[in-house]
Design a protein around this ligand. Structure first.
Ligand code: PDD
Length: 281
């Protein structure tokens, strides 16, 4: 693990390392979680943009320029001799802390995960602020029941997002996601860019009747959900549309470094893709 503070490497035992642990709490700041593919940070600019927006929402005055934060992140990444890297940057009103760790993913999740609904609304849903205790509380509650993640349900009974992920579902061939009072995920936006998706609200009972459900998140990309509160979704297996989107997601992610045949079968092509990539299909 590599840990830097304002661009300088410090011991992982440094007390500021606590800021990466939300349970230590009590700190005012914003954060982002990113990952690398072959040494490159996925959508770094988008993450930095969201970091700036989070700071605006919680009224944190950044003490340095975004370009400086970017430099600190890249400098920390240079010290890593492992890949893929999970990068977490925490910005407080005095410091920029960057932690890089080897990203380990349990591949079993791609066979489908169980989730549990938890009634909970995040105070500043559009911000990744250090005040993230609600998400952690929901997540730990879901984990205790053997679930991979929690689905947050607001006071109107509507499912908004996962505790650390965004929510999508497929019903009668259509793809849907929520759009209000959520963190606008970078992976969510990537899925929106490569698909035809509608914004909709949904309650728990309707969601359980969906044909397919999946979550999106930077570190783990597209995670199929096959059970909600113990009830099987569809036939209890990873759905075809989820698989297709997973393939297109990977293709779109790698297209600059490794353009190959387009793996999109059956679904309507979004305008951007049809214009830019019609020759590669
Ligand atoms: N979490 N919703 C919430 C509440 C989140 O915390 C996250 C990200 C997402 C997905 O956003 P993105 O696609 O940009 O990762 C949605 C990360 C993984 C975290 O907290 O570490």
């Amino acid at each position: 693990m590599i840990f830097t503070m304002n661009g300088k490497q410090v011991a992982s035992s440094h007390k500021k390392n606590n800021l990466f642990n939300p349970r230590e709490g009590g700190n005012f700041g914003v954060f982002e979680t990113m990952r690398t593919y072959n040494g490159e940070i996925f959508k770094l600019d988008e993450h930095l943009e969201r970091l700036e927006k989070s700071a605006e929402i919680v009224e944190l005055e950044l003490q340095c320029l975004i370009s400086e934060i970017r430099k600190y992140i890249l400098k920390t990444l240079e010290l890593c001799d492992f890949d893929p890297v999970r990068i977490k940057v925490v910005v407080t009103d005095g410091n920029v802390l960057v932690k890089c760790e080897k990203l380990e993913i349990d591949e079993n999740i791609y066979n489908g995960v169980s989730v549990a609904t938890v009634p909970l609304e995040r105070r500043n849903p559009e911000a990744k602020s250090l005040d993230y205790l609600e998400s952690y509380t929901a997540h730990y509650e879901a984990e205790k029941s053997g679930s991979f993640d929690a689905l947050l349900v607001n006071s109107k009974g509507m499912v908004t997002e996962g505790s650390f992920s965004n929510l999508f579902w497929v019903k009668d061939g259509g793809l849907f996601t929520t759009d209000r009072n959520i963190l606008k995920g970078i992976t969510r936006q990537t899925v929106l860019d490569i698909s035809d998706c509608e914004f909709k609200e949904i309650n728990v009972e309707e969601l359980k009747k969906a044909d397919e459900v999946f979550l999106t998140q930077t570190t783990r990309e597209i995670i199929p959900v096959i059970r909600i509160n113990g009830k099987e979704i569809g036939d209890g297996k990873v759905g075809e549309k989820t698989r297709e989107l997973g393939r297109v997601f990977k293709w779109s992610r790698d297209r600059d470094s490794n353009p190959g045949p387009h793996p999109y079968h059956g679904c309507a092509l979004p305008t951007e893709l049809s214009r830019q990539d019609k020759n590669s299909i």
